[in-house]
Design a protein around this ligand. Structure first.
Ligand code: FMN
Length: 205
């Protein structure tokens, strides 16, 4: 990657003292489930939000809304909304609810873009958290009604994901299943490129 001179843009440092480039952050990101606590500051929240804010969106509609939950009482309440198997989140220092609805973004001939745009913005936030040496683990295993009730989110908004933030712990969390324990050590396998990369034309069935 070309080494651009960064002047106006502040670059923060990765844990070992060097800035991460995008590819390094992509490779370092993992959905770890063993978390140590971190201190949540307004500066961290604004930093993550700023990175999400710069994401692209259809017609610049910016359909994302984020509820950053870090108050210990609110975090405890949020634990009631988690599905079985997600008890490891009890050790997260912050849960970020990503919220939107289709009317906030382009609908083009039946194509709804709000989830795509929220996904991109959330990916930026997650990569920034990774660059800062944090774990930011998105989940789908929660009760959306309960989440809305706890956080006061209006019924017409969808809770698209909860991103769980902490620091990667050295020791594996005791509540993890065998399968979850294995993924703490080794990244789950990915499809080979041949399965999803097609050149010039979609393959015939
Ligand atoms: C939309 C979505 C939903 C997920 N839901 C859960 C979940 O409910 N619980 C969980 O522990 N991990 C969840 N994950 C994490 C995935 O299991 C994880 O990203 C995947 O196994 C690949 O591992 P890696 O991200 O460490 O490479 C979710 C990830 C995504 C993107």
């Amino acid at each position: 990657m070309r080494n651009y001179q960064v002047t106006a843009v502040r670059r923060c440092l990765a844990p070992r003292g060097n800035p991460m480039d995008v590819k390094e952050a992509i490779e370092a990101r993992r959905a770890y489930r063993s978390l140590d606590p971190i201190t949540i500051t307004r500066e961290l929240i604004d930093d993550l939000a700023h990175c999400a804010q710069l994401s692209a969106s259809c017609n610049n509609n910016q359909p994302w809304r984020f509820v950053f939950v870090y108050d210990p009482t609110m975090l405890r309440k949020m634990h009631e909304a988690l599905s079985k198997g997600n008890e490891w989140i009890h050790d997260a220092s912050m849960i970020i609810a990503v919220v939107s609805k289709k009317e906030y973004d382009c609908i083009i001939k039946g194509r709804h873009y709000y989830q795509f745009d929220c996904g991109m913005a959330t990916a930026f936030l997650i990569l920034r958290a990774t660059e800062l040496g944090l774990v930011a683990h998105p989940i789908a295993g929660y009760n959306p009604e309960k989440t809305r009730e706890i956080l006061g989110i209006p019924n017409d908004l969808e809770v698209i994901t909860l991103v769980n933030v902490g620091k990667h712990a050295h020791d594996i969390h005791p509540v993890l299943t065998e399968k979850q324990r294995a993924t703490e050590v080794k990244r789950p396998e990915r499809f080979p490129l041949e399965k999803f990369v097609f050149l010039n034309q979609y393959p015939k069935e």
